[in-house]
Design a protein around this ligand. Structure first.
Ligand code: AMP
Length: 210
C-alpha cells in the first residue's frame, strides 16, 4: 500500500504513522526525521538544511527530492510506504507523481488529518520527543522535564516547537501545504480524518476508512 499523510504540524502525523506502519508493515518515511538526524550528525546535508529546519521554513525542493529518490531506491517499494511530511507543496507533489509514474507505482490514498488551529497551537506547546526512542508525547503545562512513558528516556522539546517558529510553520502550512488537500481531492484519493480525541480514536478512524 502506498500512502501519504497530510495535516498541519501537530496533527499527530508521526504518532499515527507509527501505528499504520505497524499494522500494514509498510515503510514509514518521515522527511522531518531524516533532516533532524542529518543535522544531529552534522553531515553535509545536515549543515545545508539546519537553518531552514530550525526556523520553520521549507527546505529547498531539490534537496528533498534527492532524499526521497535515495530512500526509495535503497528501501525499494515492494513493502509499500507511508510518506509523512512529504510532499509539502505542489511542486514536490508534481515531482513525486512523476517519480511514481516512472516506477509504475500508483499512490493509493492520501490521509488528511484534520485538527483546528487553536488545538494545534496548544498541542505543539506541550509536545515533547523522547531522546532515546523518538516517541512523541505531551506534558502538562509548565512541566519542563519529564520522562518518556514508552521507554523512560529523557523527553526534550523540539527547537522548532517554540512561539514564533510555531506561527511560521503554521503559515507555511497554510500557504504551501494546504493546497495539496484540493490537489489530492481532485485525484480522487483523499481521505479526510477527524484528528480530534485520543491517539487510539484517531487510529481507529484511519483503519476503518482504509
Ligand atoms: P516535520 O517534522 O515534518 O514537522 O518537519 C520539520 C521541518 O523539516 C519543517 O519545518 C521543514 O523545515 C523541514 N521539512 C520536512 N519535510 C519537508 C519537505 N517535504 N519539504 C521541505 N522541508 C521539509
Amino acid at each position: 500500500m502506498m500512502l501519504v499523510l497530510l495535516g498541519p504540524p501537530g496533527a499527530g502525523k508521526g504518532t499515527q504513522a507509527k501505528n499504520i506502519e505497524k499494522k500494514f508493515g509498510i515503510d514509514h518515511i518521515s522527511t522531518g526525521d531524516i533532516l533532524r538526524s542529518e543535522i544531529k550528525k552534522n553531515s553535509v546535508l545536515g549543515m545545508k538544511v539546519r537553518e531552514y529546519v530550525e526556523n520553520g521554513k521549507l527546505v529547498p525542493d531539490s534537496l528533498i527530492i534527492e532524499i526521497i529518490k535515495e530512500v526509495i531506491s535503497s528501501n525499494g517499494t515492494k513493502n509499500g510506504f507511508l510518506m509523512d511530511g512529504f510532499p509539502r507543496n505542489i511542486r514536490q507533489a508534481d515531482m513525486f507523481s512523476g517519480m511514481l509514474d516512472e516506477l509504475g507505482i500508483k499512490l493509493d490514498r492520501v490521509i488528511n488529518i484534520v485538527v483546528d488551529r487553536e488545538e494545534i497551537i496548544k498541542r505543539l506547546g506541550k509536545r515533547r520527543v523522547c531522546k532515546l526512542c523518538h516517541a512523541v508525547s505531551s506534558v502538562n503545562n509548565g512541566e519542563d522535564s519529564a520522562i518518556c512513558p514508552k521507554c523512560g528516556g529523557e523527553l526534550i522539546k523540539r527547537k522548532d516547537d517554540n512561539g514564533e517558529i510555531i506561527r511560521r510553520r503554521l503559515e507555511v502550512y497554510e500557504e504551501e501545504t494546504s493546497p495539496l488537500i484540493e490537489y489530492y481531492r481532485k485525484k480522487g484519493i483523499l481521505l479526510n480524518i477527524d484528528g480530534s480525541g485520543t491517539e487510539e480514536e484517531v487510529t481507529g478512524r484511519i483503519f476503518e476508512s482504509l
